[in-house]
Every structure is written in C-alpha cells, then in structure tokens.
Design a protein around this ligand. Structure first.
Ligand SMILES: [Zn+2]
Length: 69
C-alpha cells in the first residue's frame, strides 16, 4: 500500500505483513487511524484503518498478484 507524507511529499510503500500487524493493533485499540513514521522526515503520518483493510484483508491471502497501487 502506497502512503504519501503530508509534510515532505515523500511516498513509500507499506508491506502486507506490516499492514496486517498494524490493523490488528488498531482494532485492538479501536483506532480509526494508524500512525506511521515517514521514512524521509520522520513525521507521523495518519493512515486510515479501513483503507489499510482494503489492501490487507483480515484473512491471510495466498496470492499477492492482484496488488493494486
Ligand atoms: Zn515526510
């Protein structure tokens, strides 16, 4: 899943494994947003949990061929 920093416009990719873990933590805390640190400027970027779920469904997927950017 591609994320763009609001501060420096750096865009970077979050892996499926990362998303699955982040979604689990967000669900546990009932958060609507997950915070990631920008790889460039290190500011906190909010990523919406529903959006992450679209990229990494709760059930583990066997194929990763259909990844959309
Ligand atoms: Zn940044």
């Amino acid at each position: 899943m591609n994320v763009r920093c609001n501060y420096c416009r750096q865009s970077f990719n979050l892996s499926r494994d990362y998303l699955v873990e982040a979604i689990a933590k967000a669900d546990e805390k009932r958060q609507k947003y997950h915070t990631v640190e920008c790889i460039n400027c290190r500011k906190a970027i909010k990523v919406s949990v529903p959006q992450m779920k679209r990229y990494a469904p709760a059930l583990p997927a066997e194929d990763e061929a259909e990844a959309e950017s």
